[in-house]
Ligand binder design. Structure first.
Ligand SMILES: [Zn+2]
Length: 235
């Protein structure tokens, strides 16, 4: 039994065969799928999917690449949506200094205010960080939030240890299965029990045996197998 803590099942890549994708996930032993919102539209679609499928939960959030969408009206909507039983977290939110679709200042404003919103509504946060570890860390500390998941973790072991010291969880996905990612597997090996979760980030980042294909929740079993192998779990 496994939970896919980060999926984008609302994306158009699943429009043709979403039912079959979900069926394959169930057959593979996936117990829950968290469908993560990236903007106002996708957050709404995630909620609709969570209403439609028992095993799906939703999150609402504005991704740093869409930071220009963030405003008071969106914030008010998120507060209302957060009260729905289908909504389990605020995310994915954060900072992305690799793509830099919007200025640092604009990204930080959207991030900081969504962290405050998460605190106000009492939900955990799912964080996107890319080349932005220091600012993400500082803003998370400033927020005082404790229930934090750093999704698709791809930063250093040093940053991982700072996160674990705060009780934050790291999300491990397909990237841990790539041959060149030896450094990331050291992070997997070092993770304290209970301070990491598994995810696909589908349709992106398929595990090694599906490189070049669309990723889907059923493929999380490959991520789980690599984690088991690295951490030498017994059957
Ligand atoms: Zn994502």
């Amino acid at each position: 039994m496994v939970i896919d803590t980060h999926a984008h099942l609302d994306f158009h890549q699943f429009d043709e065969d979403r039912d079959e994708v979900i069926k394959r996930a169930i057959d593979a032993g996936v117990e829950r799928i968290v469908c993560c919102g990236c903007d106002t539209e996708s957050s709404k679609r995630c909620i609709d999917l969570a209403k439609q499928y028992d095993l799906i939960d939703a999150t609402v959030g504005i991704h740093p690449s869409d930071a220009d969408q963030w405003n008071d009206e969106v914030a008010n909507n998120f507060v209302v949506q957060s009260a729905l039983s289908e909504v389990v977290a605020i995310g994915e939110i954060g900072l992305d200094y690799y793509r830099m679709r919007h200025s640092e200042d604009m990204q930080k404003k959207a991030f900081r205010e969504q962290l405050a919103l998460a605190k106000e509504v009492g939900l955990p946060v799912i964080i996107h960080t890319r080349d932005s570890a220091r600012d993400v860390y500082d803003l998370l500390i400033e927020s005082g939030l404790e229930r934090v998941t750093l999704h698709c973790f791809n930063e250093s072991l040093e940053f991982a240890e700072k996160a674990w010291a705060r009780g934050w969880k790291l999300g491990f996905g397909g990237t841990i299965t790539y041959p060149k990612n030896e450094e990331l597997r050291k992070v997997v090996a070092a993770a304290p029990e209970g301070l990491f979760v598994l995810e696909t980030d589908c349709p992106f980042l398929p595990p090694q045996s599906h490189r070049g294909e669309r990723n889907e929740p059923a493929f999380i079993t490959e991520v789980a197998a690599v984690v088991s192998d690295i951490r030498r779990y017994q059957e």
